[in-house]
Design a protein around this ligand. Structure first.
Ligand SMILES: NC(=O)c1ccc[n+]([C@@H]2O[C@H](COP(=O)([O-])OP(=O)(O)OC[C@H]3O[C@@H](n4cnc5c(N)ncnc54)[C@H](O)[C@@H]3O)[C@@H](O)[C@H]2O)c1
Length: 348
């Protein structure tokens, strides 16, 4: 077997959520961090120190240096298109945070750059780190839940109540995010819904409001409903003014609910099904492993870790788990929901 030299990576945006996973880059097989970039020099320096990077910088342009082969971008949404396009045009592979960009036009511009460059573009979707969701996908595919009639998810936290005004937090700006809570949060479960059900969305309707965060421009609560091509229906609610998280799959042979990233409930006809996180017995009892708690994002040993998986795909020459086209579809659906949420007023 021919050993590849390590892929030299630049991490762009090392603070914020990147703090939760950047340590993985010290342990990913076949990868070496060459450069850390952040406009906050302390973040760039600290990340570089942790990962033993050759250099750190406050200038994005340094990520375009010839020695860098791949760029991992974790900056605010409105920077995704310009940084991803510049990286692809400089011949780099790109792993880009969700959401791909605030608008579909920007997603299309990124996809055009990817086609020009022939490089690999992946979208980071941390939900896919979780073995549970891979088990659920198998359960659906193998018919353990029967025909899925309904997918339902809520991803709600109270972060928006604390975030400051437009100047102090980019999430408060509709232009910088592409919306509000919904674009930030719904992409996760929209993606999961399409993946678990193996179906496309054919119609949406939605309501979107700002009920408790007047200092933020966008929605702090949105309720969207989806019709899928296989006949199932879905609903997704997001908020950053109230707190709760769940995902449910309701099928003709059984239903499964995953609450607060730790509790699983099952009602149905039973297995036997043996997954990595779930064991469903013939008598309808469900056993769960400790993996039912979401894995740490910096666990490089987790075979589903999406950073690990991106570089494995790159080295093996196969497409990443979440392609640019998939990232675009998630943004397209978000923007479709926002559009319909503006209509539908009850006439007097
Ligand atoms: N996967 C998830 O669950 C998840 C969770 C939170 C955020 N995100 C996404 O990650 C991205 C960043 O969000 P965040 O919460 O980390 O934001 P943040 O504002 O907390 O952190 C962004 C980091 O980028 C740096 N930065 C800003 N402009 C830069 C530039 N021009 N060049 C280099 N660095 C720059 C900032 O200094 C900061 O360290 C967003 O797209 C967001 O949607 C994903």
């Amino acid at each position: 077997m021919i050993a590849h030299p390590p892929v030299k990576v630049a991490l762009v945006g090392c603070g914020g959520v990147a703090r939760r996973y950047r340590k993985a880059y010290g342990a990913l097989p076949g990868v070496r961090v060459d450069l850390t970039v952040d406009i906050n020099e302390d973040e760039a320096r600290q990340a570089g120190k942790e990962l033993d990077a050759a250099r750190h910088s406050t200038r994005f342009e340094d990520a375009l240096a010839p020695e860098v082969a791949a760029v991992v971008i974790t900056t605010p949404n409105d920077l995704h298109a310009q940084q991803a396009i510049a990286s692809l045009d400089a011949g780099k592979h790109v792993l880009l945070q969700k959401p791909m960009a605030p608008t579909v036009d920007e997603c299309d511009a990124i996809l055009a750059a990817q086609r020009r460059s022939g490089r690999t573009l992946g979208i980071y979707m941390n939900l896919l780190d979780h073995p549970l969701f891979h088990d659920l996908r198998r359960m659906v595919q193998e018919g353990y839940l029967g025909k899925i009639a309904l997918f339902s998810a809520r991803l709600a936290h109270r972060g928006g109540l604390q975030w400051g005004g437009v100047d102090r937090n980019w999430r408060a700006s509709r232009a910088r995010t592409g919306g509000g809570s919904f674009i930030q949060l719904a992409v996760h479960y929209q993606h999961l819904m399409r993946l678990l059900l193996g179906s496309d969305v054919t119609r949406v309707q939605a309501f979107s409001r700002n009920v408790a965060c007047p200092h933020m421009e966008g929605d702090d609560i949105t309720l969207a409903q989806y019709e899928l091509s296989n006949g199932a229906l879905g609903d997704i609610q997001t908020a950053w003014c109230v707190q709760e998280e769940h995902v449910s799959l309701l099928g003709t042979r059984g239903s499964i609910h995953y609450r607060e990233n730790r509790r699983i409930e099952y009602v149905g006809e039973g297995g036997p099904f043996q997954g990595e996180a779930l064991t469903l017995r013939g008598d309808g009892t469900l056993e769960v492993t400790e993996e039912c708690i979401s894995p740490e994002w910096d666990d490089a040993k987790n075979p589903y870790n999406q950073h690990r998986r991106f570089f494995e795909a790159l080295l093996a020459g196969r497409p990443p788990d979440v392609t640019g086209a998939e990232g675009r579809e998630d943004v397209r659906l978000v923007q479709a929901c926002y559009r319909v949420a503006q209509g539908g007023k009850v006439q007097s």
